[in-house]
Unconditional design. Structure first.
Lengths: 231, 396
């Protein structure tokens, strides 16, 4: 479902030489699988997620979603592809502080042109499923970290995207809330999505079908897990 | 999600910032409009008639600043080809003390010969706000300007004592923001009596019998009209050539003179206006652009959720226009509120400092909107050029 081929990406520090963060990275995550990417801080895990999620361009390589080479699309088409194919869960939640929890969830439908009664009903169902329906009219600053991440997860899956990308989704959560989110990600994979998670949590390994390590700009297969091995 | 409440929550401070900038522009503009109206009103007046005065230096003779204009001169003027009407006038300072004499705020007594129509083409009649205008045959009555009425606390039915004579106020003029706001207009016969009462030299001359002066000769000037199709400047020059011992104001020359004498105010106003627009405009543009840049992370998130450049640009621009319009409207309201308050206080001394004209208010709003749109467009172009990841990083 999600495939990355030969991704190359460098950053240039001000006045310094370019630092190659992705150096020919390949990744393939089929439907129904959860891939976990581990690595030291600054190893390029988040950059990999940004590139496969079309949040930034690579200097080389391709990103293919559902057989479509989305990395070759123009800016607007990439925007539409993000709305159609990809859901994001961020470490710092990235909810819009001026919108209520419900409106934050509905934002995903708005840009995918799916706004309407169905989207509203679905958003409420998701909020109920994650135990935050009573908080639907609250603003992000009025929610706990766990509640914010659950709302952010609802936003990520509202459109049932075939690809779900999670960047340290449990990084700002306690164990209990972290387990809720990891289980939800696992459930999305079981429901048929291709899920890529960047995490430090040990229990994340157990939830993964495949584990990878980012080292020196390359993605190396990690040990096999109970959920399956590297693809 | 795009309700007024959300705009208020997200951009409350921005709206306040814009409002203060716009209020500054509008308040300064309103002061400018007030002075412009005064200058333009004077210009329209002098272009509407030929003003003729007797040759000499009749101190205290108001804007005509001439000597006595006898009845024989009036008849001679009326006989000049092209002249369509002559109205004898007496113009006197209400208070001939040096403190008020010939200043912009001078209060004047204007005596009009009501037996002939006023020949001024721009002001055939002055607009009466309350009561009535003077009528032929009136005696002992007065129509007063709006500022005079306010500062002296008089209204229709009030009594006014001028040179120990009692006058009944029968009308109050509409506020014109020009010189007539400070006029006391009376029948010419009454004005002549006041002139004699004020002017000891004139009393002495009349009493001595040294000069053959009768009541009809006591005029400080005349308003002269011209026939349809006539060039007023040519008619004025013709009067100067054919009638002896008169000072004739050429309308276009007087207009130029008036404009050059008020050139300092015009330049000052122009400078103030430019300064207000530059400072207020920069403040507004900076506020709008900063408001967009402040939300750069939100825009990154929206793009991550699938917003295209076009959707985002339209959204940001729409919000910026709504915010600018709100800030502009609040700023205009604030300026009008403050200006009205100040004017209410100033009205006690017959002053008005602000004129909130439609063109000023509309122009300020349009200016704010255009500038807000330009600033938002600039900021939006900068924002959408960034990748969603970069926007999120920068806004973190």
């Amino acid at each position: 479902m999600l495939e990355a081929r030969g991704l190359v990406k460098s950053y240039r520090a001000p006045g310094g030489a370019p630092i190659r963060v992705l150096d020919g990275v390949d990744l393939a995550v089929p439907r129904g699988r959860l891939a976990l990417v581990l690595g030291a801080s600054g190893s390029g895990k988040s950059t990999l997620l940004n590139v496969v999620g079309l949040l930034e361009d690579a200097e080389g390589g391709d990103v293919i979603v559902g057989g479509e080479r989305v990395s070759a699309l123009g800016r607007s088409a990439q925007g539409r592809a993000r709305g159609r194919y990809i859901g994001f869960v961020f470490q710092s939640f990235l909810l819009l502080p001026s919108l209520t929890a419900l409106d934050n969830v509905l934002l995903a439908a708005r840009y995918a042109r799916r706004a309407g009664l169905d989207a509203r009903r679905r958003a409420r169902e998701l909020l109920a499923e994650f135990g935050v329906l009573e908080r639907q009219a609250h603003y992000p600053p009025q929610l706990s970290g766990g509640e914010q991440q659950r709302v952010a997860f609802c936003r990520a899956v509202l459109n049932d995207p075939p690809v779900l990308l999670a960047d340290e989704p449990t990084g700002n959560l306690d164990d209990a809330n972290g387990r809720v989110i990891l289980e939800a990600l696992r459930a999305r994979a079981r429901a048929g999505a291709a899920v890529v998670v960047v995490s430090h949590r040990a229990d994340a390994v157990a939830a993964a079908d495949a584990v990878y390590h980012m080292r020196e700009g390359r993605l190396e297969p990690g040990p096999s897990t109970s959920g399956g091995g590297p693809s | 999600m795009t309700g007024v409440g959300r705009i208020g929550r997200e951009y409350g401070f921005t709206i306040v910032g814009i409002a203060i900038g716009v209020a500054g522009i509008v308040a300064l503009g309103a002061m400018g409009e007030r002075i412009v109206r005064f200058i333009e009103g004077g210009d329209r007046f002098v272009l509407g008639q030929i003003s003729v005065a007797g040759r000499g230096m009749g101190m205290g003779a108001g804007f005509t600043a001439g000597g006595m204009l006898p009845a024989s001169a009036l008849r001679a003027i009326a006989a000049v080809p092209g002249v369509a009407g002559v109205q004898a006038q007496v113009m006197l300072p209400l208070n001939p003390s040096t403190s008020q004499f010939m200043t912009l705020t001078q209060e004047l007594v204007l005596g009009l010969d009501l037996s002939v129509p006023t020949p001024n083409r721009q002001y055939p009649t002055l607009p009466v706000h309350e009561g009535r205008d003077l009528r032929r045959g009136d005696r002992g009555v007065a129509v007063v300007g709006a500022s005079f009425a306010a500062s002296h606390g008089v209204r229709v039915g009030s009594a006014l004592v001028l040179e120990d004579e009692r006058y009944e106020v029968v009308g109050v003029l509409e506020r014109t923001l020009t010189a007539p706001d400070r006029f006391v207009i009376v029948p010419i016969e009454d004005a002549r009596r006041q002139w004699i009462a004020k002017d000891r030299l004139l009393r002495t001359v009349i009493a001595s019998g040294a000069a053959a002066v009768n009541a009809a000769d006591l005029n400080t000037g005349a308003a002269v009209g011209w026939g349809d199709g006539e060039d007023p400047d040519i008619v004025a020059r013709r009067i100067a050539e054919r009638v002896k011992d008169v000072n004739v104001q050429i309308p276009s020359e007087l207009s130029r003179l008036l404009r050059s004498s008020t050139a300092f105010f015009s330049a000052l106003l122009g400078g103030l206006g430019v300064l207000a627009f530059v400072i207020g405009g920069l403040s507004l543009a900076n506020t709008v652009a900063a408001a967009v840049f402040e939300r750069i992370r939100d825009f990154g998130v929206k793009r991550a959720l699938g917003a295209t450049d076009w959707q985002l640009g339209r959204e940001v621009l729409g919000e910026a226009l709504a915010v600018t319009l709100s800030g502009g409207a609040v700023g205009v309201a604030l300026a009008v509120l403050l200006g009205t308050g100040v004017d209410r206080w100033a009205a006690r001394s017959g002053q008005q400092l602000f004129l909130f004209s439609g063109r000023l208010l509309g122009g300020s709003l349009v200016f704010s909107l255009l500038l807000g749109a330009a600033a938002a467009t600039y900021a939006t172009l900068r924002v959408v050029r960034l990748s969603p990841a970069e926007a999120i990083r920068r806004g973190a």
